[in-house]
Design a protein around this ligand. Structure first.
Ligand code: MRU
Length: 352
């Protein structure tokens, strides 16, 4: 991966296809430095996903699609190499279903153009990866439009992790709802959970909302209950990594606790996610694979040890919020409410 430092940019370009390769903002280095890295082959894209240079379910999907396109572009025998390319990319992170959704979509397009000249096959895959990226921005804007009416005027919105422009190709899902509410003229401010251990809230959500001029207060994760009880929080809006057919939601670890505290205090808890985050093959959230990440992420904060050497550590990256805590799921095709078995299937069946 090669890198370019950029001092200031008006909009956030999370990920882009360029003639040199796939360019992404390095999210491990925010907010200290704004650095763009170029992945020049599919293995570098896979490594960028694994190491969280790029993260967030929709952004991971876009990166995987571009990784597949890059692999095919650089292969003299894509029919032979395609399975390895897809396997390498799919082994990076297990929870966000958008990764597998995007790889499957690229496989389908690849199958459609079998028999065409190599140049056409390559062109078609690059086209599809770019389409996935561009569609994602439009989808997030639609999620924003559908979700904005749910955000109470003059109240605070609590969010967990980063489901913003950085977690998508642009605009964001949960932060897209907040952005759309602000654009609609609502007076909204945000409480952002810092999101231990990887600090997506402190490093990424705080950074991107501050750039937008949206009033944001950073809190540590254990403060959420205190503020949910205070009456100040009008609603919670979070993203999702995978949503089962019954409406159980896998999202960044800590989300479940926030959802329970929201219900206890009669604060609506909304999940904003694209249709591609639904996994209707899973009956319930119990079947969602939860990624376990390195102990180092818990033992160290930004490279500084905060725990004794040799301590045992657990580091599940996600948890599952049971559907009974979810007030609504906001998608680009509309808002689903319980019973989710029915409402989610109806949204999926809607024509695009
Ligand atoms: O481990 P991460 O940073 O990839 O986790 C991200 C989240 O949990 C997000 O909330 C989710 O992917 C939705 S992003 C629109």
């Amino acid at each position: 991966m090669s890198e370019t430092a950029v001092l200031a940019q008006s909009t956030i370009e999370t990920i882009e296809w360029t003639p040199e390769g796939v360019v992404m903002i390095d999210q491990t280095r925010l907010p200290r430095e704004v650095v763009f890295v170029t992945c020049r082959d599919y293995r570098e894209v896979a490594e960028a996903i694994r190491s969280m240079v790029i993260r967030g379910a929709p952004a991971i999907g876009v990166a995987a699609a571009m990784g597949v396109a890059l692999g095919v572009l650089q292969s003299d025998d894509p029919a032979r190499e395609m399975p390895v390319i897809c396997e390498t990319l799919s082994k990076t992170r297990p929870t966000a279903v958008n990764l597998f959704w995007a790889i499957d979509r690229m496989k389908r397009v690849f199958a459609e153009v079998q028999g065409a000249p190599l140049a056409r096959i390559r062109e078609r895959l690059v086209e599809e990866a770019q389409a996935i990226r561009n569609e994602d921005i439009a989808i997030n804007e639609a999620i924003g439009r559908n979700g904005a009416p749910l955000v109470p005027d003059g109240k605070t919105v609590l969010t967990h992790c980063n489901a913003g422009a950085l977690a998508t190709a642009g605009f964001g899902t949960a932060l897209g709802v907040i952005r759309a509410a602000v654009q609609a003229g609502k007076k909204v401010d945000v409480f952002a959970d810092e999101t231990r251990p990887f600090l997506q809230g402190a490093r990424l959500t705080a950074w991107e909302l501050q750039r937008d001029g949206i009033e944001t207060t950073l809190i540590t994760d254990n403060m959420a209950g205190h503020f949910l009880k205070s009456g100040r929080i009008g609603c919670v809006v979070v993203g999702a990594d995978r949503i089962a057919a019954n409406g159980d939601v896998a999202n960044k670890v800590g989300t479940y606790g926030v959802a329970v505290l929201a219900k206890e205090n009669n604060v609506p808890f909304y999940v904003a996610a694209p249709i591609s985050t639904l996994d209707l093959t899973l009956v319930s959230g119990d079947q969602i694979p939860i990624e376990e990440r390195a102990a180092r992420e818990v033992i160290e904060v930004q490279g500084v040890a905060i725990a004794p050497e040799g301590i045992k550590v657990a580091n599940p990256a996600f948890d599952v919020t049971p559907n009974r805590y979810v007030s609504a799921i906001i998608t680009e095709r509309g808002v689903a409410r319980a019973p989710y078995e029915q409402s989610l299937r109806e949204l999926v069946a809607l024509k695009k």
